[in-house]
Design a protein around this ligand. Sequence first.
Ligand code: SF4
Length: 446
Amino acid sequence: MNLTLIKPNMGRMGDKKYIDEGRMEPLQLGVLAGLTPPEVSVRLIDDRMEAIDYDLATDLVALTVETFTAKRSYQIAGQYRRRGVPVVLGGMHVSLIPEEAKEQADAIVIGDAESVWPEVLRDAKTNRLQPVYHGRFQAKPQAGVMTRRDLFHGKGYLPISLMQFSRGCPHHCHFCASSSYFGARQAVRDVAEVIKEIKSQPRKLIFFVDDNLVADFSAAKELFRALIPLKIKWVSQGSIDMLQDHELMELMVKSGCLGLVIGFESINPESLKGMNKQTNQHLSRAYQEQIEDLRRYGLQTWAAFTIGHDEDTPQSIAELCEFAIGSKFTFAAFNILMPYPATTLYDQLAKQERLLYQGKWWIHPDYRFNHAAFLPKLMSPEELTQAGFLARQRFNSPLSILRRALEPRTNLRSVYRLFTYLIYNPLFRREVYKKQDMTLGVSDED
Ligand code: SF4
């Protein structure tokens, strides 16, 4: 049996396919391939940089679907199904809105794939695919499963290996799709298996793709202790309440952490309350102490902000950008709040009749990337879109890159740190312009 796994692209600019500057390995598909019995031959196609030959013989196609790639995923699924090849869709978007995904595939997998994937393959082999498979939440994710990294070779990914220690997060920020998907709970892998996986590959730079690596302090400490002897460098994502535990932070640094993506979200306490960002609420005084602590630990911070909260205005978003530049963050994201399906934010906005694009921005033909998909309270959607673009533009301007570089305890800490800073900042600057206004979906007729 031949199985084709596809990582879909997001969209296009005019007639040209959008090509992500920072292409990372599609970890989920590597794990799915690891779950696949050896008698099944697996091929990986990364639609972000490879053309899909729909006529190449295959018995089954599986795609991992995120909300931003839903439209493209459905287009690819349609192409295969018209040729009589069965298609299975899985991933977060499918679980958030299964009734939509079901229409576009022969089968969908809701939830974690581990418990149902062998059954899907068996059914596909005997032409008896069921429309829906419900995967059980895995208390020990990826148990006994090694990621098939051989499938990534030669594809041109960034030289950083992706790993996962935990799935989900116990918090319930209203905008967070991951929290809805996992039901505000977290499951951690066996530490010994994670260490084995790191040792099984040659790279010394690891990205833990966890939503919140430090959600469970004691589990994170166990991992960090085990990482210390490996002498690797790593990055991940974590919530700012980690700074309350000094031991956790010391172990984090000792184990090779270079920095984390941290959801600062807003500097307005009212907005933090409104989005139910519990990890930040008691830390909200413009984060001065926390930023100082992060510098003391020598961590390079990627500050993630969400914009478009009910208290936000174009002026407050411009101030937020100045705050980020003044804080000399290594990187920052100014993400317009997106009403992901099945989130509390989505339901709130739907109730208030504030959703645009008929509530389905991810498949709407008029939606453009980085545009507001709802009616903000104190500005128009166009003003929010523009304020977000200006913040990204200003934060990533050459002058800001220079100014932020001059932070002795983080970006100037070592030649390696400065090198990373100088490689990635221009890359993100290019992305600001490349992505803005992108159309979702890539028609194969283009
Ligand atoms: S802390 Fe982060 S991962 Fe957890 S629910 Fe909030 S936004 Fe999601």
